[in-house]
Design a binder for this molecule. Structure first.
Ligand SMILES: CC(C)(COP(=O)(O)OP(=O)(O)OC[C@H]1O[C@@H](n2cnc3c(N)ncnc32)[C@H](O)[C@@H]1OP(=O)(O)O)[C@@H](O)C(=O)NCCC(=O)NCCS
Length: 146
């Protein structure tokens, strides 16, 4: 695995995350949403850099001992290098006291589903027609973080 700098996201990372969101998602988070998550004590945002370039990020919402993995994204040209897994592994150092992580993923998002399976997330259920485009969501969870 190539070494990249992964650390907690701050407001200086806002523009990089906005660009990443716009590159990676059909329904990107707004600048406002991202800046709220960066500022919130109830979110954990980690960012990954290659030099000055923001190449990945992960965003969790934390409620008591549960976390929801809201977003994970890696710039296209950096995919398949293990960065997604590295950000997930790194996040466990920050998710102290969290016992379970939940997430929803579109049933046709094969690379994300593979990423989660590889990182020991288990299938929980399907939410049919969950997304605006009619796609189903798969709910997954991981137990035993701490
Ligand atoms: C999902 C995403 C974050 C994965 O990031 P990544 O850095 O490429 O992931 P990794 O390199 O750590 O891959 C981990 C595992 O996921 C799987 N995987 C990753 N990309 C894949 C692909 N294109 N096809 C199939 N499996 C894939 C593989 O099992 C891989 O392990 P392996 O390389 O040892 O076989 C990235 O594809 C992405 O940004 N997608 C767009 C945004 C998105 O859909 N996010 C998820 C919903 S919020």
């Amino acid at each position: 695995m190539v070494e990249f700098d992964i650390h907690r996201g701050k407001i200086v990372d806002l523009q990089g995350i906005v660009e990443l969101e716009n590159n990676c998602f059909e329904d990107p988070y707004s600048e406002n949403q991202i800046s709220e998550d960066l500022a919130s004590d109830n979110n954990l945002v980690l960012v990954a850099y290659d030099g000055e370039l923001l190449i990945g990020y992960i965003d969790y919402k934390i409620v008591l001992d549960e976390a929801e993995l809201l977003r994970i994204a890696v710039l296209k040209q950096y995919r398949g290098l293990g960065l997604g897994s590295k950000m997930i592994a790194e996040s466990y150092n920050y998710l102290v006291g969290v016992k379970e992580i939940f997430l929803e993923v579109a049933s046709n998002n094969k690379s994300a589903i593979q990423l989660y399976k590889k990182n020991s997330f288990d299938f929980v259920s399907v939410r049919t027609h969950y997304y605006k485009n009619g796609a189903d969501a798969i709910v997954m969870k991981k137990e035993g973080i701490s």
